[in-house]
Design a protein around this ligand. Structure first.
Ligand code: UDP
Length: 409
């Protein structure tokens, strides 16, 4: 892929935004930052780190990204934490906390924290904060998940670590918590120049459709998500069953698994079993780094769905909006920030509601087109990567002035 530089973003956002970013970055020239998360691929966090780290470096900061290591047992625990923090029923015992702490300690012993700022993403590496007193860094905990109604046992356990950070970042106002440390809000965003979002040639799209054998003789209703129960793959199948009674279309559920998600294979098998013999319900197992495939499928879809039961932010929604697609999505997590019901997409609360909206949009292509157009402008205004860069720069500046509410630049 062609190396993208910040000035290229003038094609998608106002130059004023770019000039502001450059001015802010001047104040931070040479600042060293370490980002830490638990996977280099799969999921929205890795996606955003891949895109933001090079841009920060282009701006004169020195940003590095480290990925913690873990055993299967550790990722089973962190997946349970993830599900529990999203408010799902999970079984938690003391042994799990031990596995979590051991993995954090063994990672800590192999890492250095010499930078000015350490940004720890999500719960998996949260206990690395124990290293803080050996460093002079400011430590930030960046939470990407919907913690509005967390399992309290897990949240209370994590909070002993979170409280020690200098600041926290959440993805939406409703996720904010009672914490003794400052909280900042940064909506996630997409990169319009990433392979996942850039314009594709007709040939590139056709190659993907041929590779995954996706026929285009019927309208396509698409969901792209990991095989994760919280993405409600079975709910997508139920929606398909209802829609198919009245409309001739094809549903495609495409997704891969992530290194830090041990449940994927079982969820995929369950969906495959349900959908066996259904000619118009296609399941595609995507390999890692299938960015062009994701892009091509989104561009081919007539409607994009995101029927999640819980969601952090839902980058897949942003990606679809950017491609001017009508999106039908559950009103959970960060999705209502992106989908203004009836204006930039349709929000739904049930399988029945989802099926109704699919039929409605298939029958009203003009409405679908308008939702897609407004959706793209909404994404441009609020959810492009340049805005995340600006938010982080402001946060880094704020961290250098602890306790001050007004900072003169
Ligand atoms: N994604 C992908 N391949 C897949 C499934 C998802 O590349 O098989 C991408 C998707 O396009 C999006 C990100 O992974 O960029 C998922 O982010 P989101 O916030 O929607 O959900 P998460 O997986 O982080 O819960």
């Amino acid at each position: 892929m062609k190396k993208i530089s910040l000035k290229d973003y003038a094609a998608v956002t106002r130059t004023q935004n770019l000039e502001e970013i450059a001015l802010l970055a001047e104040k931070l020239s040479g600042l060293t930052v370490k980002m830490v998360n638990s996977t280099s691929m799969g999921g929205g966090v890795a996606e955003m780190l891949h895109r933001t780290v090079p841009l920060f470096n282009e701006l004169g900061l020195k940003v590095q990204w480290d990925v913690i290591k873990g055993t299967g047992a550790f990722f089973n625990v962190t997946k349970a934490f993830h599900n529990g923090l999203h408010g799902n029923e999970v079984e938690i015992d003391d042994k799990m906390f031990e596995v979590f702490l051991d993995a954090n300690e063994s990672n800590a012993s192999n890492m250095r924290f010499d930078e000015d700022i350490i940004v720890i993403h999500d719960p998996q590496p949260a206990a690395l904060i124990k290293e803080k007193n050996k460093t002079s860094a400011k430590w930030v905990w960046r939470c990407h998940i919907d913690t509005a109604t967390p399992n309290l046992r897990i949240w209370n356990f994590l909070q002993q670590f979170i409280n020690k950070y200098d600041a926290s970042i959440f993805s939406a106002p409703s996720f904010a918590k009672e914490l003794p440390i400052p909280q900042y809000m940064i909506y996630p965003a997409i990169d319009p120049f990433a392979d996942k979002n850039r314009d594709l040639t007709k040939q590139e799209i056709e190659d993907v459709l041929r590779k995954y054998q996706v026929p285009t003789n019927k309208p396509i209703v698409l969901q792209i998500s990991r095989f994760d129960r919280l993405k409600d793959p079975l709910g997508i199948f139920e929606t398909y069953k209802l829609v198919k009674k009245h409309a001739n279309c094809r549903f495609v559920y495409a997704g891969g698994t992530a290194d830090d998600d041990p449940e994927g294979t079982a969820v995929l098998a369950e969906l495959q079993e349900k959908a066996a013999g259904e000619e118009d319900f296609q399941i595609i197992l995507l390999p890692p780094f299938a960015d062009i495939a994701v892009n091509a499928l989104q561009r081919t879809a007539t409607i994009v769905m995101q029927k999640s039961l819980r969601e952090g932010f839902g980058l897949t929604v942003t990606e679809a909006l950017w491609k001017s697609k009508p999106v039908i999505a559950s009103a959970v997590g960060g999705i209502p920030l992106q989908i203004i019901n009836g204006l930039t997409g349709q929000l739904v609360h049930s399988v029945e509601g989802a099926a109704y909206q699919v039929r409605y949009l298939l029958n009203n292509p003009q409405v679908a087109k308008k939702l897609g157009q407004y959706g793209k402008e909404h994404a441009r205004e609020k959810f492009l990567l340049t805005r995340v860069i600006r938010n982080y720069l402001l946060l880094f500046i704020a961290l250098q002035h602890p306790g001050k509410n007004i900072i003169e630049l």
